[in-house]
Unconditional design. Sequence first.
Lengths: 314, 499
Amino acid sequence: MFDSPPLAGPEFSPLVNFPELGRLRGAATGRDWPTVRAYVSELDDPDMRATAGRIVSETPGAEEFLTGVTRRDKGDVMARVLLAGTLIHVGWSIRTGATANQVSADQFTRFFGYLRRAEKLLIDVCAEDPRNALAWLHRLTTARGLQLGASETRRRYERVAEHHPHFYSAQAQLLQKLCPKWGGTWQEAHGFANECAAAAPPGSLSPLLVAEAHLEHWADRDGPSYDLNSPAAQRELTAAVHQTVMADGFAGDFHWIYAHGLFALVFSLGEHREKAAWHFQVLGNRGSEMPWNRIDGDPVAAYKRHRRAALGRG
Amino acid sequence: MDGIEETTHGGVRTVLAGRPGPLTAGLFFRVGRADETLSTSGVTHLTEHLALYERGLGEGHYNGATGASYTHFHVQGGERDVVGYLNGVCAALAELPLQRLETEKEILRTEEAGRGSGANRRLPLWRYGAQGYGLVSYPEFGLPRLDGTAVRNWVRTWFTRENAVLWLTAGQVPAGLDLSPLPSGTWYGTPAVTSALPRTPAYFSGDEGGVVMDAVVRRSSAAHLYAELLGRELFRDLRKKGGYSYTAAADYSPRDAEFATVTALADALPDRADAVLGGFVDVLARMRVGTLAQDDLDAVRESALAVFDVPDVAAARLPSYALNLLYGHPNLSVAELRREMNRVTLRDVRAVAEEAEGTALLQVPRGRDAEWAGFVEAPGYSTGVVGGERHPAIGQDGVHLVIGADGVSLVTPGGAATVRWAECVLVAAVPDGARRVTGRDGIVVAVEPTLFGVPPDGIAAIDRLAPPGTLVWEPPRSPEDIPQPSRAKQQTGRFRRRR
């Protein structure tokens, strides 16, 4: 063990970790709409579609590319949803993730402008196609950015849950809104996470919310310090592991790296190195920006630091 | 047509259709609140009350109603009751019981105080301003100023044989019915349509949690079915599915010969205002581009067609038939109406939805906006400020009043309210010196001498510069209603309001 060479830097790019997403990005960069469209359309799972949609929407030049597509074919729902995703992405990068008092009035004006353009597209898409999971997912984000209120965010979640009851990505968006930083309470946040986990079929992603709620609670600097190592927290986290990554039939799809990373992180923060170690081993030198960016501006450094502590090597 | 006979009686256009049972009749005049001005507001209603005062008439059920663009005297009973009532109304209009003037004004003020403010009370003033169809948003501010001469002139102009339509559920006009006391005059088309909205769709923020919308669409069977479907979808989404609202409904009502107003509303249960707004916006979009079902259209069509299945449909149609004559809207036969209704497709409903959303005015819950849904804010401030003498607010930084030869302005950090004399429709005066100046666009400048230290000659200037006929004296205020600088609320918020 002690002789093992230090590990190379982990691979964080989804484009490398999931080669098909790399090819999707290539098609988006090359403005090959038929290929992009065919690939995303074939994904039935809303969480896979959400990830693929993000790969397209966050492609440099996507705003121009997708605007062109929507102009050529006004009826193309997929193009409009992906364009809305791009507008949200661009808007949010103008706003940045800084706390509101560090964002200038001009930044806010441009941010709201982008979100309103996205929302306008999404209002029509959701009317035309009420089952469109990706459109509703985006509307959970716009509801938060445009400050449309807790009951409206909840309404949007209920509209998507009507057709996709275990849509993890949407649940994760609502969970954000239920945290105190966006006007909720810890009781609501944990309650919602546990509720989704309990309702989810084995092997689905929803129990990840339990770990996310604990992580958010731990990371909250405004409240009293939160003990991730409490018996209750550890019991819930362990149960979540068994319901997801250790469950029979867990595929994880585009989320499996994130899922193991999330557990690796929360167990590391709770000083359960041996539990974290297993997740790091499964990851096999792969990672993703989330959840590591939640605790450090340099997510790769955070990953390596905690991995070193868990595995006893770099 | 269809068992309805059009004739004239005593120079009044008359429509007749017989039916068994008690006789029902109505006399419409093409005059209502939208024909008034803010400083004569209430004159039609006062006329209606004076016309009804003398009828101490047997057993008949009778009533009078003053709408935005019509006045209706309505009666049901035996032939003698009906003849007695209508003859009495015409005689009273010819010779008004002016000894009752002050008493009836008092009764109207009491009615006003007791009148609940309907959910859609504020929309007309935001859409049309303090004029025309917007006047229904306001209390009857003209009452104190109305004297016998004013009411008599009003009758002579509007309550004439040529400007009336009579309807009766009988095959012929009963003997002894005498409309001849009515003055002779001319027919008036519906009031001019004004606008206080530079752009639509627009929104303003209301005082409640709920959402109210109105929209102006061309009259048609498709528009009627659009409103029915809209009410159904709102109820389904906001009440049954979401549980955000208790009441959610929509209504279609003809405004004039060409256009109808679609009004829709959804109230909000506690803490659900945001969801009501969001759900409302989504229903509007569904009506325009969404997944409306043919079954739903067929269901509302069936209910709409059911009105033609009642016994004595000709007699039942008389009031709306008469109103169409009064407005100058063509009357179709029942067969034509059925055909039109049966031809409406989902595509037609979507076209109406497009038209409706293009003209929509949305009252959003307090403190919310609808920019995110593509609605522009309706102007709550004026764009300019007049020159003149400045009176800074006592103890409030950044707030001052200007009284000038062109008008008055109230300037606050949030924005200014300006009423130019050329656009002034009301100067409401009280003996303590306060003046409430209202412009055609509905903007109000409240001149409170106690808050701005305005000297008496400043107030006198307002009274002198107010356009003729716009100064209305109101009863004295009780001392606790006179604002004092120490207790004054910070001058903020919008200046479009009723008082």
